[in-house]
Design a protein. Structure first.
Length: 167
């Protein structure tokens, strides 16, 4: 575990904005572990480890992935921006960028924000973001579970960062 914690991570931070489901939180930890995410910020009503329901889906990833709690997502975004981190909200919005069209800039660090299961990313946070990423969807439903969205987005960005030299 210590060796993993010391291993090089990709320059990507996950921000959970008021996530209600403990299972979703656990799933995000597990996905973040799989794709070497640098850190997770749990904001607002998002529950924090240790918690039995988070552990059920995280399967120990809460010990592997660095995380912190911040009460206000909006204030966290300002702190991250001051550190020159690009802010990406995963949200369906006007002027959003389709995920397949987004290519991370080499040397840039990103924070990707996932929002509440019902309300999405807070509008103030969307407004403060550098970019909104949207997952293209073609069925009758136009939303995905946050854990599923997280898996898709993190894999896509991870692959583009990790395998950049192979393009």
């Amino acid at each position: 575990m210590e060796e993993f914690k010391q291993s090089e991570k990709i320059p990507l931070i996950v921000v959970l904005d008021n996530i209600r489901s403990l299972n979703n939180i656990g799933s995000v930890f597990r996905t973040s572990d799989a794709f070497l995410i640098e850190k997770i910020y749990l904001c607002g009503i998002t529950a924090q480890p240790p918690h039995k329901e988070i552990h059920k889906t995280a399967l120990g990833a809460t010990d592997a992935v660095d995380w912190a709690y911040e009460e206000s997502t909006e204030e966290l975004v300002q702190k991250l921006r001051a550190e020159k981190i690009q802010i990406l909200s995963v949200e369906q919005a006007e002027q959003s960028t389709s995920l397949q069209s987004f290519y991370p800039i080499d040397g840039m660090k990103y924070a990707v924000i996932f929002g509440n299961e019902v309300k999405g990313v807070e509008q103030k946070v969307v407004n403060a973001s550098d970019l909104c990423l949207e997952i293209p969807q073609f069925g009758t439903k136009h939303s995905l579970n946050i854990a599923v969205s997280c898996g898709i987005v993190l894999w896509d960005i991870f692959a583009k960062m990790k395998f950049r030299s192979e393009r």
